[in-house]
Every structure is written in C-alpha cells, then in structure tokens.
Design a protein around this ligand. Structure first.
Ligand SMILES: Nc1ncnc2c1ncn2[C@@H]1O[C@H](COP(=O)(O)OP(=O)(O)OP(=O)(O)O)[C@@H](O)[C@H]1O
Ligand SMILES: [Mg+2]
Length: 284
C-alpha cells in the first residue's frame, strides 16, 4: 500500500515550472530514490511534500489524508521528516541539543509548564534526553553528544541531521543528498545506515541522490525527473538501461559543467562529491 501518493503535482516559480504534473507514490516500508540532472525539480518536490511550498495544482495524500494545504509543522506532526541538501544544523548547539530541538513535536507538555518547571515537564525532559542519547547511539555519535555541531566532521554532521530528523519519529523520511560531499567510505557507511534504518525502524525512505553507486545499490524503485517531469520510473536495472534517462544525463554534458557532479548513467563508477555543501553547517 502506498504511504504517500502525489497526483498531478505542479509547482511554479514565476514562469518556471519546477515540478510539472507529477504523479508519484511510495510504498510503505520501501526505499525509493528520486534522481535527475541539476535543476530537475527534486528538492522542490521535497519542499512540496513537506509543506515548505504550496503547490499550484495536484494533490498529495499521506496515509490516506490530503496534506497539500497543511503547514509544515502539521505535516511534520503527521510523521514526515526531512533533511536538507545544504546541512542545516544549529552550529552553536551541541549534537545532543540539535536532537532535542528535533524532538519538539513529540513533547507533550506545554510551554507554560516549561516556564514553571512542573513535574510533567521534568519527566518529559528526562524522556527526551534518554531518547536523544538513543538516537545518537543509533547514528554512531554516542561519544560526540557534547560537541558543537560545527566541530563535527562533515560525515558526522550528515548523520546528526538524520538523527535530528528521526527525533520526530517519522514514518516517511525524506533525505536530500545524504552522501553529498562524503568520501567513498563515508558514503558506503551512510548507505548501510539508511538500509539499517528501514530494516530496524520500518521507516519509509525517499532519497534524492546523485551518487549512482548509492542509488543503484539501495533503491527498490527509482523515479527520474527531468525539467520537472517524470521521464522514467522502475527498478535500478530498468533505469540504467532506459534510453530517455541516458539521454537526459548524457545530454547535459556533465564533463563540461564545472562545479557539478559528473553523474553518469548507467556507469556505477560515478565520481564522488555532491552539488552542495561545504563542511560548515548553516544555522537554520
Ligand atoms: N525558491 C525558488 N525560487 C525560484 N526558483 C527556484 C526556487 N527553488 C528552485 N528553483 C528553480 O526550480 C528548478 C528546480 O530546482 P530544484 O532545486 O528543485 O532542483 P534539483 O533537482 O533539486 O537540483 P539539484 O540536483 O541541483 O539539487 C531550478 O530551475 C531552480 O532554479
Ligand atoms: Mg536539489
């Protein structure tokens, strides 16, 4: 059964149609990827799902409920979490504090209680800290909870972003280029981690990814966007041999586009490095 179904979704920026009449669905408990050349509309589609953008047309249904008119906090509360293409951690907070911020939606007590320091609040805080420690352990940062986010190595920052997204206890996790800027070993680790996440927690995962080794190795379904439209969808094997996909990638002359990742299909030898993100986290 699909956990999320998007029907004829269109998002425009002025005269530019960034997402064009897109139909998309993701099965409960699956790992799927969204790929496509730079500017294809991948991040924009994430922003539409997560309520950061209002869509011009179409419908997005999550777990049976239309969400396209909901605010981003309401959507987060329903169980959709996301990470950002450019890391958005609170640079001057510790790893632990970054996760506590992410738990915000699941704390029951009111801000009045927080001000007065009532018993319910103290219990909530204890629970929150225990849960945050568990998440840090889950992403392998158990010894780094007290370090400032800005002092973490890049790969750890990416993992912390995932931990923060998990603090919301999502049923659907949207990962925007989780391996961008990672070296091959880190990238491999992240791939295993994503699979572990799904297997352990049952989280449904949709990722945007340029690194073809990751995409082909982990995805049960791949959807290819080009100029905002879906040009192909299928299993890794189907996508690697799809003439439209090959043309979309090769047609953009990756070798000549300085600063962009040299993504190649069907080559699984895609070079390292994403489009984005230096090592410094931006505060949200
Ligand atoms: N807030 C915005 N305002 C105006 N145009 C935008 C905005 N966000 C995205 N765009 C444009 O919409 C198109 C799709 O952008 P988007 O960021 O979704 O692409 P993408 O597939 O994520 O690309 P990349 O792989 O480079 O991250 C691009 O032409 C981009 O310039
Ligand atoms: Mg993007």
């Amino acid at each position: 059964m699909p956990l999320l179904t998007a029907t004829a979704v269109t998002k425009k920026f002025g005269g530019l149609t960034a997402v064009n009449n897109l139909d998309f669905e993701i099965e409960q408990g699956s790992i799927a990827s969204l790929i496509g050349p730079n500017g294809a509309g991948k991040t924009t589609f994430f922003n539409c799902i997560a309520g950061f953008y209002q869509i011009e047309a179409g419908q997005i249904v999550f777990d049976g409920q239309p969400i396209q008119r909901l605010r981003r906090d309401q959507i987060a509360h329903l169980g959709i979490s996301r990470t950002y293409q450019n890391i958005r951690l609170f640079a001057n907070m510790t790893a632990m504090e970054n996760i506590l911020v992410g738990q915000h939606y699941h704390l029951r007590s009111s801000w009045i209680g927080a001000v007065l320091g009532t018993k319910g609040v103290r219990e909530d805080e204890g629970r929150a800290h225990r849960e945050a420690r568990r998440l840090l352990r889950f992403v392998g940062l158990q010894n780094k909870g007290d370090l400032l986010a800005s002092n973490l190595p890049y790969g750890d920052q990416r993992r912390l972003e995932v931990a923060r997204a998990l603090a919301n206890k999502p049923r659907l996790l949207l990962l925007d280029e989780p391996t961008a800027g990672m070296n091959p070993a880190e990238s491999q680790q992240m791939t295993e981690f994503i699979r572990h996440l799904r297997d352990e927690l049952g989280t449904t995962i949709l990722l945007i990814e340029h690194e073809m080794r990751v995409v082909m190795g982990i995805s049960e379904k791949i959807t290819v966007l080009h100029y905002g439209q879906k040009i192909a969808e299928g299993t890794p094997i189907q996508i690697q041999t799809d003439p439209l996909v090959i043309e979309a990638y090769l047609g953009r002359g990756s070798a000549g586009t300085a600063g962009h990742e040299a993504t190649a299909i069907p080559a699984v030898e895609a070079t390292q490095g994403g489009a984005s993100a230096g090592p410094t986290p931006a505060s949200a």
